[in-house]
Write a protein that binds this ligand. Structure first.
Ligand SMILES: C[S@@+](CC[C@H](N)C(=O)[O-])C[C@H]1O[C@@H](n2cnc3c(N)ncnc32)[C@H](O)[C@@H]1O
Length: 296
């Protein structure tokens, strides 16, 4: 990522959610009515007719097979975790690398609890500029917390923002770890494991290590290796992966226990039925919901 530039990948993800949200209710996997207002107007304009929307899907599927369905399913899965965790007593939510995430506004479960959106300052400024022109429900306890995960400590930035380390919290890291490095992932998880209330959980997803090192040859893995994000230094670069067979061990070494480990296949099985059963969901990421181990 170039210094001071807002995240392009955040816009791409919001564009995927905008596309999904145009589908009729019985067909869409996730729903984000705000996403279309957050993407650049060039993207917004092109999706105005059914024919052009079809062409966009065709084009995106060529560039990243299974990307639209995978992003929609990931968002839906996390929405379900938020609902479940709030019902189970979560008292605050930290969204790390929030990008253009609109959960704080679109999920009624989050209406009355503090939400901390942690991201690059440039991405946050872009989002705040865009939000100025949208009509939004009232939201008092939304805190924007600037960070560079590669340079700053989560403990320090959250300490200045009103974060309460004694209550049950949900940390969400959607589509972010792949742009970081082992040191920043570990220090963030170390903070979560020891500076939060009992029962705290974390959601994160990861790129399979086999995608990065060339062992995985699914078409979407090959597409990832062919993109600028894989090869170039000038953009957000895929730089971090986890061996999917070692997730439980990865978590226990970092003082977490696995609650659920999903794959593209299991997300497809859970959410894609009827007409949606033919949609292709990418298989290059793992999706993890884990809980901190009890401190006694
Ligand atoms: C693919 S986007 C995902 C955005 C959002 N979580 C979503 O799913 O819509 C990646 C996000 O990670 C953030 N990010 C990447 N590297 C980061 C870093 N070193 N420090 C802080 N944020 C970072 C980007 O600014 C961007 O918002």
């Amino acid at each position: 990522m170039k210094d001071g530039k807002a995240s392009y990948s955040a816009e791409i993800i919001a564009a995927m959610r905008a596309l999904e949200s145009r589908k009729p209710e019985h067909l869409r996997i996730c729903y984000d009515p705000y996403a279309r207002h957050l993407i650049r107007s060039r993207f917004r304009k092109v999706a105005q007719t059914k024919l052009i929307t079809k062409l966009i899907y065709w084009f995106v599927e060529r560039k990243g097979p299974g990307l639209p369905a995978g992003i929609a399913a990931r968002t839906r899965y996390i929405d379900d975790i938020v609902k479940q965790e709030v019902a189970n007593g979560t008292k605050q939510v930290v969204i790390m690398g929030a990008g253009l995430d609109m959960r704080a506004f679109r999920l009624k479960e989050l209406k009355d609890i503090p939400v901390f959106e942690v991201d690059f300052p440039a991405t946050q400024q872009l989002k705040q500029r865009k939000l100025e022109s949208i009509e939004l429900p009232e939201r008092n306890q939304l805190h924007y917390v600037p960070i560079d995960f590669m340079k700053d400590e989560l403990s320090e930035v959250l300490a200045k923002s009103g974060y309460d380390h004694s209550i049950k919290t949900l940390f969400i890291w959607e589509g972010v770890t792949m742009y970081l490095n082992a040191e920043s992932v570990d220090s963030t998880l170390a903070f979560v494991a020891s500076n939060t209330g009992t029962g705290t959980t974390v959601y994160f997803d990861y790129l399979m290590q086999s995608v990065l090192d060339g062992r995985c040859n699914y078409p979407e893995a090959v597409a990832v290796r062919n993109t600028a994000s894989f090869n170039s230094d000038g953009v957000e670069k895929y730089s971090y992966g986890i061996e999917d067979s070692s997730v439980e061990q990865f978590l226990s070494q970092r003082k977490f226990k696995l609650l659920e480990h999903m794959t593209g296949e299991s997300l497809k099985e859970r959410y894609f039925h009827g007409e949606n059963a033919k949609r292709y969901v990418f298989r290059i990421c793992g999706f993890v919901h884990a809980q901190i181990q009890s401190q006694v």
